[in-house]
Design a protein around this ligand. Sequence first.
Ligand SMILES: N[C@@H](CCC(=O)N[C@@H](CS)C(=O)NCC(=O)O)C(=O)O
Length: 202
Amino acid sequence: MRLYVTSTSPYARVVRIVVLEKGLSSRIELVTARTREENSPYYAVNPSGRVPYLVLADGTGMEDSGLIAAYLDALDGAPRFHAPPSADRWTYGRLEARARSFADGVSVWVREMRRPPDERSPTILKHEVARAERLAATWNEEVRHPIMQGPPTMAHLLLLVGLDFARDDRMADLETGNPHLRQFAERLRAMPSIAATHPAST
Ligand SMILES: N[C@@H](CCC(=O)N[C@@H](CS)C(=O)NCC(=O)O)C(=O)O
């Protein structure tokens, strides 16, 4: 299988963490895609131009970090990054959705900041900082949920990649005033798969 990524994409990072956690590195070739470029050859591979993108051995392609992670997680018949056996679908699902919402907002901010300064929207930047601050305060309580205190799931990974993206790009200090969230992030940052996929390590 071939997995198209960029070193900075938080969504690609989630999938790369799952690849490492599930011991799939030898079965998956990582390819760096040239995204956001006019006429990139990558568009012939994935017309949406987004990463992550997984191409199976038979040539079938699939996009979206949630779908790809679920596919890879299920390959050994023992998925563990989705609803834990102790939780019902909705209890877990609302946590994953909130974590994705956080990562989505931080991604909008980072994308905006990567535009030339005179093309950035101060309104969008302000809106996304406020959203991230509200969600970080909410997550400061939500990380105490037994699911979030347990083994990593997609909810953990999405929250962590969002926090790292915000921290690395100096969006806002989302952790100092949120000690439970900070503790959660430090616990995950100690995991080898999370350390190895940090943009500074790749
Ligand atoms: N919902 C998608 C989002 C993927 C996404 O937005 N990827 C960004 C990188 S973080 C991308 O490929 N951007 C390139 C573009 O928009 O052309 C997922 O979870 O995989």
